[in-house]
Design a protein around this ligand. Structure first.
Ligand SMILES: *[C@@H]1O[C@H](CO)[C@@H](O)[C@H](O)[C@H]1NC(C)=O
Ligand SMILES: *[C@@H]1O[C@H](CO)[C@@H](O)[C@H](O)[C@H]1NC(C)=O
Length: 200
């Protein structure tokens, strides 16, 4: 567990260093002053399912004249995804995790714009993110690549397609499910909003 603490410290340390400087998405300078202290959410996998210990954080930026609203997503996995030959998909699912922890109860992927027509033709193309399921995080940004020692290469990305507002449109109060390569749900955890309830 000390690994986790050290890794998180190193990670947030580097994030703070980055925050002190101008960030950029591709070539576009990023306006950090628009971070929304109420648009913060956390997902914690605590090792009770397949030994998976992971933390995913979401930080919202409200946008400015020169920049669209966006969300910074930070994915850190320190235990459980140990097969280096496996690309583990992960998604936001429609419903929270039932209190008994049964991942089946999270329902299908979160897809409020019905990008998936359910006819087997859905594919998320990185060149066409607007037509991906909003919850298809690994489709949009790549799967988690297993690592023998459990320390998966962290992911850090801006996702402008996630919504914080609206009962049917917000990704808050839903869940994240990690799958194995066969699609079996191997761990799931609730998305917890930090801050006051967001008004529509
Ligand atoms: C997830 O959140 C829901 C709704 O708040 C709650 O009922 C449920 O018990 C939570 N699940 C777990 C595993 O904590
Ligand atoms: C998990 O929930 C699904 C329905 O969401 C149910 O069919 C299944 O039996 C449950 N599994 C366990 C182990 O309770």
């Amino acid at each position: 567990m000390s690994h986790l603490v050290l890794l998180l410290l190193a990670y947030f340390g580097s994030l703070l260093v980055n925050l002190a400087h101008a960030y950029s998405i591709g070539d576009i300078p990023f306006d950090l002053s628009t971070i929304d202290t109420n648009q913060q959410a956390i997902v914690e996998f605590v090792g009770t399912q397949n030994n998976i210990v992971a933390q995913i954080t979401f930080s919202g930026f409200s946008g400015s004249a020169t920049q669209k609203p966006t969300t910074l997503v930070n994915v850190v996995v320190v235990s459980g995804l140990t097969d280096p030959t496996v690309k583990y998909p992960y998604h936001i699912h429609q419903k929270p995790v039932p209190s008994d922890g049964n991942c089946t109860g999270t329902g299908p992927h979160f897809d409020p714009k019905f990008a998936n027509h359910g006819d087997g033709t859905y594919v998320c193309k990185p060149a066409d993110l607007a037509n991906c399921e909003e919850g298809d995080l690994s489709g949009k940004w790549g799967p988690l690549i297993g690592a023998k020692n459990g320390l998966v290469t962290p992911q850090l990305y801006f996702d402008e397609y996630l919504n914080w507002k609206g009962e049917t449109t917000s990704f808050l109060h839903r869940s994240i499910v990690i799958h194995n390569q066969q699609g079996t749900r191997i761990a799931c955890a609730n998305i917890t909003h930090l801050g006051s309830p967001i008004k529509d």
